[in-house]
Design a protein around this ligand. Structure first.
Ligand code: MTE
Length: 390
């Protein structure tokens, strides 16, 4: 084990050397600082943490409505579960229910299946771009992706168990390998969201069984909400009479009720849980630092808004003085991002900063700068890339 880890680290430093040795090639495809470090079986992904696997997608990959599973970011707070016999896997459903259940994978497969195309984004996506910097995984822009998730509705399972009137929240427990004193990955969602017809116990992603990285054999799928709500490697569902009180609910995944200054203490009672995602857009091509030929270039990107709909995406090629509408792609679903594109007739040669900003059906528009917060959550600042027109 130690040996293979050392070998891997050597491989990583070798790759970092190779990246510096051939900067021009890599700079074409990946923004500075996002050059991929190879991770076994995950070519092209940006390794953000090796101890617990955290993989980021380069933004250049966001050129399809559905993100291929091999290009989908991975966020793990701890080790993925050890190998287990799927025939032995069980999902218990208990707590404030009339009839506790023990379900096998065959039981789940026998239930009616529903599919939801959902943009899954980690609450910490863009954390590395906040200034001053905050502790935590220094995600760039690519801890987001869109997948078609399928499986039984959580509602159908809860109805089978019969939620008692005292039930208020639904707790998910993952079977992560918990190292040392780390608290287990347990979170809860309000009963109302759990009973929503689009909240799933997903067993499939993009038409295939979930991979281990993404929660095999079953995960919660809480559409439109931050990724941490969608618990992977589900092993227990429990109906509670109040919000679960563990580490990943409090102090984890909370925002101050009012903006705070860096270093300012925040009392727990002055915070609230992070739930639905913000309105946000990204420019996926051209990538930051690219040189392009004068003439016409198509600028591409993606935009999403959690539980709301994206109504427009605008682009500025003059640092924000003027904004033009972009074309939204035809593919759409309630919780999924929209592709967008814009034909840019480049003017004079020189350096340009391209900006993109999305607006949603609730009237929210991306701010020039997202509100800084101590955990670096929900960074939805207007996106920008620098390009050179030759
Ligand atoms: N579920 C478990 N059991 N353990 C985890 O560490 N990470 C959460 C969530 N579910 C996590 C989990 C977080 S923070 C995110 S953003 C999403 O899974 C990421 O899902 P993905 O790795 O399939 O992209």
């Amino acid at each position: 084990m130690m040996k293979s880890r050392r070998d891997f680290l050597q491989q990583v430093s070798g790759a970092a050397f190779a990246a510096t040795a051939a900067p021009s090639l890599l700079a074409w495809a990946f923004p500075q600082g996002q050059e991929p470090v190879p991770f076994p079986g995950e070519p092209g992904m940006v390794l953000r943490s090796f101890r617990f696997v955290d993989l980021e997608s380069p933004v250049a990959y966001f050129n399809t409505w559905l993100t291929p599973v091999s290009h989908f970011f991975v966020r793990n707070h701890m080790h993925e579960p050890m190998q287990f016999d799927v025939g032995e896997w069980k999902l218990t459903v208990g707590g404030e229910v009339e009839k506790p259940l023990i379900l096998t994978l065959v039981d789940l497969h026998r239930m009616a299946t529903h599919s939801v195309v959902n943009t899954l984004e980690c609450a910490g996506n863009g954390r590395g771009l906040y200034r001053p910097q905050v502790p935590g995984i220094q995600w760039g822009k690519g801890a987001v992706g869109t997948g078609r998730f399928s499986g039984p509705r959580l509602r159908d399972v809860l109805n089978r168990a019969g939620v008692k009137p005292s039930g208020r929240h639904v707790m998910f427990r993952g079977r992560d390998e918990v190292p040392g004193n780390v608290p287990p990955f347990i979170r809860s969602i309000p009963l109302e969201k759990a009973l929503d017809g689009d909240t799933l116990i997903a067993t499939h992603m993009n038409g295939s069984p979930l991979t281990k990285h993404h929660g095999f054999p079953a995960r919660g799928l809480v559409p439109g909400w931050i990724g941490s709500a969608s618990c992977k490697w589900l092993t227990e569902i429990k109906v509670l009479d109040s919000e679960f009180a563990g580490n990943f609910m409090n102090p984890g995944y909370r925002l101050p009720n009012q903006p705070v200054k860096p270093g300012q203490a925040v009392k727990p009672e002055d915070t609230h849980p992070v739930t639905a995602l913000n309105v946000k857009s990204l420019i996926s091509a051209p990538t930051d630092g690219t040189a392009i030929r004068a003439g016409q270039t198509t600028v591409h990107g993606v935009a999403w808004a959690g539980e709301a709909d994206v109504t427009k995406v605008e682009i500025s090629t003059d640092g924000g003085a003027n904004w033009s509408p972009t074309r939204l792609g035809h593919e759409q679903a309630r919780y999924a991002w929209r592709l967008w594109s814009y034909d840019w007739k480049t003017a004079k040669p020189g350096d340009y900063t391209l900006l993109s900003r999305a607006t949603d059906s609730r009237g929210r528009t991306q701010p020039a700068e997202a509100i800084w917060n101590p955990s670096g959550y929900l960074n939805n600042s207007i996106d920008q890339v620098r390009v050179h027109v030759e």
